[in-house]
Design a protein around this ligand. Structure first.
Ligand SMILES: Nc1ncnc2c1ncn2[C@@H]1O[C@H](COP(=O)(O)OP(=O)(O)O)[C@@H](O)[C@H]1O
Ligand code: SF4
Ligand SMILES: [Mg+2]
Length: 335
């Protein structure tokens, strides 16, 4: 694998058996992630966008092997994590961490901050002495912008932004290389969001961290990502380097998502037409035939009903899964 790439995901599928939940006698699968491939470059941020329920969290959780994938490969450097047992995964667990949207429910309310941060390492018996543990915890709280005296306080004594910092410190305790940031700022006040983002960017610079950054906020994703992927109904429908995607979006779904973002520049706002998506997102239990987006696409053709479009390379690191957009880069831009 290319040295610049830390992780590569190939044809990943995560299907949940929901037969029991639906009281169904026949096996019913919910295809939360269906045939997704992507590369995560070292020290870079891959921004992941798409409407609620399209599979972003499931993709993140499967990549860090909180789920065993239904199919596909997850390469971490040269190791395929997809078939590994819990025991065999141990050396990789500490290298891959997650930060969640809801910092309050992810922090144990009965534990003091110092214990919350040290816990992952205690479980692995990684401290030689109580002093070593205290020194590491103190260094971590300072690194994420809290004070040493915060160590002996409980989560409810902190603001949302501070709790998110504690979640970040806990994730950093293991000195990870890769962090899934799953909507880490969407529950925070706007004034606090920038502070947490700046902390994540500083940590990336200092520690060379690789992020998968899941967000609804397309302006934020543009600001912090190097590559961006757009998901729809369990599929990756478009990926590209950030400037390429935001200047030459090709997939009709990406176009619709972007058109909903308020434009700060009045000229741009006039030029960009607002595309209102019709209808609801179909269920991943019974997705449409052919293109998953065809029931809401403004430009469907007969082929879209019959053939699932594959993610195709259209140059400049840009990939798109659409029969019409992939045909020709320049003509596609006029659809
Ligand atoms: N553990 C699970 N069991 C069954 N279905 C799930 C599970 N987790 C997520 N799903 C379903 O998978 C789909 C994708 O969910 P999710 O990954 O949470 O999407 P997103 O993060 O983009 O909002 C949804 O239809 C959701 O209901
Ligand atoms: S393949 Fe067809 S239905 Fe799907 S996004 Fe492209 S034009 Fe629309
Ligand atoms: Mg989610």
């Amino acid at each position: 694998m290319d040295d610049a790439v830390l992780m590569r995901v190939e044809n990943l599928k995560m299907h949940f058996d929901v037969s029991k939940r639906l009281f169904s006698k026949k096996k019913t699968l919910l295809k939360a992630v269906d045939d997704v491939s992507l590369s995560l470059r070292r020290g870079r941020t891959f921004g992941l966008v798409g409407e609620s329920g399209c599979g972003k969290t499931t993709l993140g959780r499967t990549i860090v092997r909180l789920y065993k994938p239904t199919a596909g490969r997850i390469w971490y450097s040269d190791a395929d994590l997809s078939p590994l047992s819990d025991a065999a995964l141990m050396p990789y667990r500490s290298k891959m961490q997650m930060i969640f949207q809801d910092s309050f429910s992810s922090l144990n309310p009965r534990m003091m901050v110092g214990d919350i941060i040290a816990e992952p390492l205690r479980i692995q018996h990684r401290f030689a002495s109580a002093r070593e543990e205290r020194e590491l915890v103190e260094a971590l709280v300072e690194r994420i912008g809290l004070r040493k005296d915060h160590i002996s306080r409980y989560p409810h004594e902190f603001s949302g932004g501070q709790r998110q910092r504690i979640g970040i410190a806990r994730a950093l305790a293991n000195t990870p290389e890769f962090i899934v940031c799953d909507e880490p700022i969407s529950a925070l006040d706007v004034s606090i969001q920038a502070q947490v983002i700046n902390l994540l960017l500083d940590l990336q610079d200092q520690m060379g961290l690789t992020y998968l950054f899941v967000s609804h906020d397309l302006s934020m994703v543009r600001h912090i990502s190097h590559e961006v992927g757009v998901m729809y109904l369990g599929h990756m429908v478009e990926t590209a380097p950030v400037h390429e995607l935001y200047s030459h979006m090709l997939h009709p779904y990406t176009e619709a998502l972007m058109s909903a973002v308020p434009q700060a520049d009045p000229d741009m706002a006039e030029k960009s037409r607002r595309i209102i998506l019709q209808g609801d997102v179909p269920t991943p239990i019974d997705p449409p035939s052919g293109c998953p987006f065809r029931t809401r696409c403004p430009y469907p053709k007969p082929i879209c009903e019959q053939v699932m479009p594959a993610l195709q390379d259209v140059g400049h690191g840009h990939f798109v899964a659409c029969h019409q957009a992939a045909g020709s880069n320049s003509s596609a831009r006029s659809i």
